[in-house]
Ligand binder design. Structure first.
Ligand code: PRP
Length: 183
């Protein structure tokens, strides 16, 4: 699996350090009003698991599944809600935990829907931000790392459902998703 990675962007140690910082910041910001952490399946599962243990508050948890459809390495603009919250967002301080903001369409849609549903507040914590790919204006409240416009996998992020369990974030070799044509 690692032979398909052409560059490691963030090591497990760098990830752990940054997640601890984010957890501390969130703990301070939400003191006295612990948030409902909403993980976006599937990509955020490792980030949420680590962040949850770095937040020193009696937070609660739920999950949504929101998919942006595209060609595998790009997003088309269509957003589909596959799984909604178990309970309505009304009156809750919601912190959406996301693996990556790319075009911004997924989070723009999800944040809008939660606000329309009457959430008391909606903030977004994304592990990675890829501002070069933004198609709609969107700014996350907490960002782990800003990344260049490269195809990143690992620490929850996939290509065709693979590579999610890599403990680091790396750039996928283009020979995996755009193999040279054979004659
Ligand atoms: C990825 C990622 C974000 C979204 C970001 O999800 O987890 O939810 O794309 O892209 P955007 O900013 O262009 O909308 P994906 O649909 O690949 O599902 P996954 O989390 O199951 O991998």
């Amino acid at each position: 699996m690692t032979e398909d990675i052409e560059q490691i962007l963030f090591t497990p140690k760098q990830i752990a350090g940054r997640v601890a910082e984010l957890g501390g910041q969130i703990t301070r910001d939400y003191a006295g009003h612990p948030p409902l952490l909403v993980g976006t399946l599937k990509g955020s599962f490792l980030f949420l698991a680590d962040l949850a243990r770095a937040v020193g508050l009696p937070a609660t948890f739920d999950f949504v599944s929101v998919s942006s459809y595209g060609c595998g390495t790009c997003s088309s603009g269509a957003v589909l809600l596959r799984k909604d919250l178990d309970e309505p967002p009304e009156g809750k301080d919601i912190l959406v935990v996301e693996d990556i903001v790319d075009s911004g369409r997924t989070l723009s849609y999800l944040a809008g829907k939660l606000k329309e549903g009457g959430a008391a507040s909606v903030r977004v914590c994304t592990f990675l931000d890829k501002p070069a790919r933004r198609a709609v204006p969107f700014a996350a409240d907490y960002v782990g790392f800003t990344v260049p416009d490269a195809f990143v996998v690992g620490y929850g992020m996939d290509y065709n459902e693979r590579y999610r369990n890599l403990p680091f974030v790396g750039v996928l070799s283009s020979r995996v998703y755009a193999p040279a044509e054979t004659v």
